[in-house]
Write a protein that binds this ligand. Structure first.
Ligand code: DQA
Length: 140
C-alpha cells in the first residue's frame, strides 16, 4: 500500500516553529516513527512552501497512490486551487492539522480542503497523521 504525506508551507520548520502550538519534533523524525509503526506501507513524503508545487504533487501522486495525508497549512484557508486539485484526483485525501484550527483565529475556521476531503482531523497534534494513515489502511 502506498501513502503520500504532503505538508504545506512552514511545516519544514516543525520542531523549531511556535513549539507551544506545533510541538518540538521535526517532521522527518516523526516520519521515522510512522515507518516503524506501519512497516507494510510504502511512504512518500513531500513538503513545499509553494502553492503550485503542492498542486503539482497532488496531481502526481493522486492517480497512483492509495491515499494521501495532506496538511496544507496556511493554504487551507486561502486556496481554492488546492481544493480543486483534491476534487480532481482519485486517491482519497485526509486533511490533517496539528493544532485545533477551530479554537484559533477566525480566519483559520475556513477550509477550502475539508469539503473535498474524505475526512479531516485537527487538534490532535502529530498523532493526527497516524490516525489518518490508520483510516486509509482500514478502508482498503
Ligand atoms: C496548521 C494550521 C494552519 O492554520 C496553519 O497555517 C499552519 C499549520 C496545523 O497543522 O495546525 O501552518 O495546518
Amino acid at each position: 500500500m502506498k501513502i503520500a504525506i504532503i505538508n504545506g508551507p512552514n511545516l519544514n520548520l516543525l520542531g523549531k516553529r511556535e513549539t507551544d502550538i506545533y510541538g518540538n519534533v521535526p517532521f522527518e523524525k516523526y516520519l521515522d516513527e510512522l515507518k516503524v509503526l506501519f512497516p507494510a506501507v510504502i511512504f512518500h513524503y513531500y513538503q513545499s512552501n509553494v502553492e503550485g508545487e503542492l498542486i503539482n504533487e497532488l496531481q502526481k501522486v493522486g492517480y497512483d497512490y492509495d491515499g494521501i495525508v495532506l496538511n496544507p497549512a496556511g493554504y487551507t484557508h486561502t486556496s481554492v486551487a488546492i481544493g480543486d486539485a483534491i476534487a480532481a484526483i482519485k486517491a482519497p485525501v485526509v486533511e490533517v492539522h496539528i493544532s485545533n484550527v477551530h479554537s484559533r483565529e477566525h480566519f483559520r475556521h475556513l477550509s477550502h480542503v475539508s469539503g473535498k476531503s474524505a475526512g479531516s482531523i485537527f487538534g490532535l497534534g502529530m498523532k493526527g497523521y497516524e490516525l489518518a494513515i490508520r483510516w486509509l489502511i482500514d478502508r482498503k
